[in-house]
Ligand binder design. Sequence first.
Ligand code: HEC
Length: 114
Amino acid sequence: MKKIIVIASVLISITVACKSKKAATSTASTDSSMDAQLTAVNTRFPNTTMEELKKGHSIYTGACTKCHGTKDVTVYTEPRLLEIVDVMAVKAKLTAEEKQSLIKFAVGVRATSK
Ligand code: HEC
């Protein structure tokens, strides 16, 4: 019985450790960082709304994680990122509108990451 408790608690701590690691490395956004992103995106794509950015975020954490985890979009130059998104949007079967929201979100994350 004791053994089972030890094994269970080890498993739980591993699970918790993995979860917190994931949260730390993801580019998931809080509302205040999204405000900064919206400001940054609007210098590139005027009239972008918070709603669009949130849609982009949910695509990024949803449809874009079907085959792999959330990829760090800040490690690429913007032209390279747009090339990758061209390929990935097809893989994720995004509509033109969804792709545009995702691009705006990714550009916002990149612009506010430094
Ligand atoms: C149908 C499966 C699939 C979907 C859906 C998908 N990807 Fe990918 N993605 C891949 C594969 C396969 C690779 C290459 C292997 C890897 O890096 O994991 C990849 C690689 C990547 C890379 C690294 C590319 C590089 O050259 O460094 C990025 C960034 C990326 N995906 C972003 C996205 C984004 C953003 C979305 C949502 C629009 C998305 N992916 C949706 C399959 C997919």
